[in-house]
Structures are given as structure tokens and as C-alpha cells.
Design a protein around this ligand. Structure first.
Ligand code: NAG
Ligand code: NAG
Length: 301
């Protein structure tokens, strides 16, 4: 079985290349926008492979890979450091100015990119997302920082330090994964200090109903999760699942986010618009078959 490794934590790299944004303008297929994950960049081989598969079904389809900097290594830096709110605004401006996206597009988010893409859907009034596919995205946050290779003890020590300072403004406004850190044992701190997730999940008292409206207006929500995910903790976060104070799993339909319909997820579910797919592997190890399935079923549909 062929596998696409979408980089997360700079561990994996593929070597298939394909020029980006150089297809002729498609008359029929709806364009696609992809947001890469943490440690990846807009021009990586994994992203190109996905584009290539989409183009094999819809020749000429326009695929835009989101970048915060044209230089891939700087774009990769921006996936780790910065203020996510500023990034989302920048991407909103960029996409608004791309003519071929003006009639709407399908959106694909890999890992962290899926969380940022959802923020974009909720906040950016000038873009229209039809189908939204997210792969292993920590929609209910992470209670461990996903920055280290398993054997990198130095990195792990830095992480332990960072975790102690996670709610400092200096960390929240500078380290991207900190902005979707969410530990039920520190829920009050999260409510008070989270720079991104608490807002886009509408978990504070003053709910932004624009977010709820905009997110519930998408056509399909496809949530792909990894059964052996050890990077996103808890792994059910990719399906909007949560955990309680003691670490027990809370099914997505039993969360407050769902029951009180804080972001429109229940509305989407009750309309039959939520599709859950599973990959029996580690985080971001995506069998090519899955990309083919997505292309055939949810892109341009
Ligand atoms: C993007 O990747 C392609 C092929 O992988 C490479 O030829 C091209 O130079 C890269 N673009 C930039 C701006 O680095
Ligand atoms: C809700 O979000 C929209 C889009 O980001 C923003 O323009 C608006 O000011 C927010 N409303 C409130 C009450 O925060």
C-alpha cells in the first residue's frame, strides 16, 4: 500500500515533486485550498502528491496551497511560531484576492492546518468553503505539545519548560501549538488565556453567533482520524471528541460544544453532513487510497 506522509514535526519527507498552481484554469471543477500542518510548508512533496491525485480526477483543477511566506523554509517557521490570529487574517486577505476562488472552494486541512482552516471558515466573511476535509486535526485541542521527535530528549525538556509557561501571553502569542493547547485539568486557565482555540470553539460565555452560522453553512464536514495517533493527544480531538478531568474519553456528541451547538456542529450532524473516516495508522500516515477516496467522493461534489 502506498502511503503519503504529510509532514508533522519534520519527521517525514517524500520526494515526489509537482509544480504548484501551474495548471490551466479548469472550466468545471471547483478549486481546492490546502492548509499544511505544523513543521510542513506549502511546497512540500506530500502536498504536491495530494494535488497530483486531485488533478488525476479533475484535469485542470486549481489547487492553492496556503503559504504565509513564499520561501518554504520561512513558511515552515511560520507554522511553528507567530500569532495564529494574525496568520488567519493574512490568509483571509490572500484568498479573498484570488479570482478563481471567488465562487467557493473545497478546503483540505492537514493536522494543525485543519484547525486554522476552520478558524478561517468561521471568521473570513469573504471566502466560501463548500466541503471541508480535515485530517487528524486537533479540533478540541491537545493536552501535550506536539513538537518533538520521540528520541529527542533535548526537545522534550524544552517542551516540559514550555508547558509550564503555556498560559503566558508571550507563549500564547508566539508559539502556534500553544494556541490550541487545551487541558481539561486546567480548563479555567484555558478559558482565560487561550489565544485561539477557546475563541473559535466558542467556549467562552459571549458566544459569537457569526462563527456558528458560518460553520454550519458548509456543505460537508469530513473528519479523518488516525486510530494509532500518538501525536495528537487525546486522539479523539480530531473527531471533536474530548476527555474529562480524569482522562476518560468523551464522545463528540456528549461534549458541551456539540450539545449546546456552540459552533454549528450539531446542526451539521443532524443534517447528515458530518462524515467520519478512519485510518488505522499513526498521525498523518495517509494511504494513497484515502486521498483517492476523498478526491472521488468529496472534492467537487
Ligand atoms: C517548490 O518545489 C518545487 C519542486 O519540488 C521546486 O522545483 C521549486 O523550486 C520550489 N519552489 C520554491 C519557491 O522553493
Ligand atoms: C464575531 O466574529 C466576527 C468575524 O470574525 C467579527 O467580525 C465580530 O466582531 C465578532 N463578534 C463578536 C461579538 O465578537
Amino acid at each position: 500500500m502506498r502511503c503519503i506522509l504529510i509532514v508533522s514535526l519534520f519527521l517525514f519527507r517524500l520526494t515526489i515533486g509537482f509544480p504548484i498552481d501551474q495548471y490551466p484554469i479548469a472550466e468545471t471543477a471547483r478549486p481546492v485550498v490546502i492548509w499544511h500542518g505544523l513543521g510542513d510548508n506549502w511546497n512540500s512533496s506530500g502536498i504536491h502528491r495530494v494535488e497530483e491525485i486531485f488533478a488525476s480526477y479533475y484535469p485542470g483543477i486549481r489547487v492553492h496551497s496556503i503559504s504565509l511566506n513564499d520561501d518554504p523554509s520561512k513558511d515552515q517557521q511560520r507554522s511553528m511560531f507567530g500569532d495564529a490570529n494574525i496568520d488567519i487574517e493574512q490568509v483571509c486577505d490572500t484568498l479573498t484576492n484570488i479570482d478563481y476562488l471567488s465562487n467557493g472552494f473545497d478546503a483540505v486541512g492537514f493536522s494543525q492546518g485543519g484547525v486554522l482552516m476552520r478558524a478561517l471558515i468561521e471568521r473570513c466573511a469573504s471566502v466560501k468553503v463548500i466541503n471541508f476535509i480535515s485530517f487528524g486535526s486537533p479540533h478540541m485541542g491537545v493536552s501535550e505539545l506536539p513538537l518533538c521527535d520521540d528520541k529527542d530528549w533535548l526537545c522534550k525538556r524544552r517542551n516540559a519548560l514550555l508547558k509550564k509557561q503555556i498560559w503566558y501571553d508571550s507563549v500564547q502569542k508566539r508559539v502556534i501549538p500553544a494556541q490550541y493547547f487545551r487541558d481539561p485539568r486546567q480548563y479555567d486557565k484555558y478559558l482565560e488565556h487561550s489565544n485561539l482555540l477557546v475563541d473559535i470553539n466558542n467556549e467562552r460565555e459571549d458566544i459569537n453567533s457569526t462563527y456558528t452560522e458560518r460553520f454550519s453553512e458548509i456543505n460537508k464536514l469530513v473528519l479523518v482520524s488516525f486510530l494509532q495517533d500518538t501525536t495528537v493527544v487525546p486522539k479523539q480531538s480530531s473527531m471533536f471528541g474530548d476527555m474529562d478531568y480524569f482522562g476518560n474519553e468523551i464522545n463528540w456528541r456528549d461534549t458541551r460544544l456539540y450539545r449546546d451547538d456552540l459552533i454549528g456542529l450539531r446542526k451539521l450532524d443532524q443534517a447528515g453532513k458530518v462524515i467520519m473516516l478512519e485510518i488505522d495508522d499513526e498521525h498523518m500516515r495517509i494511504p494513497e487510497d484515502m486521498i483517492h477516496h476523498i478526491a472521488k467522493t468529496y472534492i467537487n461534489h
